[in-house]
Design a protein around this ligand. Structure first.
Ligand SMILES: [Zn+2]
Length: 96
């Protein structure tokens, strides 16, 4: 899927439609290994009990959720729209 890199969108900060530039956040990079939540999950995974299990191998999802950020050109603030969607191929185009 191709999406134009600049779009005219509603900015919740300016409360009007302005030009936005799109930015894709790459996922699955560095996790904060020593963050409190991460340590808690690690500890839970070690011992008995059930819930926080690691995902079964070989059954990974073929796609990842897309994390798009919209940056308003007027106030230079970033916001998201929706929760992202699963997509296999994605490209930001200068002009469609
Ligand atoms: Zn704005």
């Amino acid at each position: 899927m191709d999406i134009p890199k600049t779009q005219r969108r509603y900015c919740p900060f300016c409360r009007k439609h302005t030009m936005h530039t799109l930015r894709r956040i790459s996922v699955g990079k560095k996790r904060r290994k020593m963050a409190q939540g991460e340590r808690r999950v690690d500890r839970k995974k070690k011992g008995f009990g059930s819930f926080p299990k690691s995902n079964p191998k070989g059954r990974a999802k073929p796609t990842r959720k897309l994390d798009l950020r919209y940056k308003c050109k007027e106030c230079k603030k970033e916001h998201t729209i929706g929760q992202g969607f699963r997509i296999k191929k994605f490209e930001l185009k200068k002009r469609l």
